[in-house]
Design a protein around this ligand. Structure first.
Ligand code: SIN
Length: 304
């Protein structure tokens, strides 16, 4: 019996370990580096209506305990994604979640409408949370009314599960989570990166071309845990946790606070097989403890 299977909407996932958007390309880049069938899902690099070149360099800076990025959603655009990336993705023995972003709410609707005609996609992740673009990006999950409306508009066009990716750069992530739940989301994923900055004192210049960027990696794990806990307490839909997960122990912490699934992001740059190793570790842990993942999810003990 599979002790670690999960569901989001009406889609079953063999295990709850996914790779995060923007850290795994369109999977072909990782061919031969891990067994794709061992991970629960691949979340693709963001796809937009038109191709984008992204922000000018420098757009990555390594920090003491993480990474700052300001990539700016470079991607091939939805038509080339369908023609050139989906043929590889749809043949993999894992779930495929396509991450979608737009400059306007209507962009999200149009991309999802187009992707609905394409085989081999299991779910969508709506990127409402990129901190590195001028139009759209984080603004979609900084306002509860906008977040709810765009989710509801996409919901009408999608027969597949919708996961809405939230930013932590707001006063109350749970209020935004509640709004997208009301809009018809099947799950939320959190957290996207925290706005951060690095400076070269010698040149007096910022390390990134856009001055600020998004911080990810181990530095943000305690913040991600707190935000995921907050979301799990307030929402009834599943929460997919993201934020500095480097190993099995980190993943287990997120399950204990209530996450249904986790995404591995920055760790993929250090060890491309990290997600597959965590998935194997989770199978072993559940076997050794003789428990189902569902018994672990939300098992945090808090003194009253
Ligand atoms: C980027 O491409 O700038 C990062 C993507 C994101 O933070 O959503």
């Amino acid at each position: 019996m599979n002790k670690v299977a999960i569901r989001i909407g009406d889609v079953a996932f063999a295990n709850p370990i996914m790779v995060a958007s923007g850290t795994f390309g369109y999977a072909q880049e990782f061919d031969g580096l891990l067994d794709f069938s061992q991970i629960g899902a691949i979340v693709t690099k963001t796809v937009t209506l038109e191709p984008r070149t992204g922000n000018p360099p420098p757009r990555i800076w390594e920090t003491a305990a993480g990474m700052l990025n300001s990539i700016g959603l470079p991607n091939v655009g939805v038509e080339e994604f369908i023609a050139k990336k989906m043929p590889f993705l749809r043949n993999l023995a894992t779930r495929i979640v396509v991450n979608v972003a737009g400059k306007t709410g209507d962009d999200y609707v149009r991309i999802v409408e187009r992707l609905q005609q394409v085989d081999g996609i299991d779910a969508y992740e709506l990127n409402f949370s990129c901190p590195n673009v001028k139009q759209g990006g984080m603004s979609f999950s900084a306002d509860a009314q906008i977040a709810e409306r765009v989710t509801a508009d996409v919901r009408k066009k999608s027969q597949r599960p919708l996961i809405v990716k939230l930013t932590p750069n707001v006063t109350s992530i749970a209020d935004i989570g509640k709004a997208v739940e009301q809009g018809g989301a099947d799950a939320v994923s959190a957290i996207n990166t925290l706005v951060g900055m690095a400076v070269d004192v010698k040149s007096r210049r910022p390390r990134l071309s856009t001055i600020t960027g998004g911080l990810s990696g181990p530095a943000i794990k305690p913040i991600a845990l707190a935000k995921v806990y907050e979301l799990c307490r307030k929402l009834t839909i599943p929460v997919v946790a993201i934020g500095g997960i480097m190993n099995l122990q980190d993943a287990l912490e997120f399950f204990v606070v209530g996450a249904t699934a986790v995404q591995i992001g920055t760790a993929n740059f250090i060890n491309p097989a990290c997600a597959a190793e965590i998935a194997q570790g989770l199978h072993g842990y559940c076997r050794a403890q003789n428990l189902n993942l569902q018994e672990l999810i939300g098992s945090l003990r808090v003194e009253k």
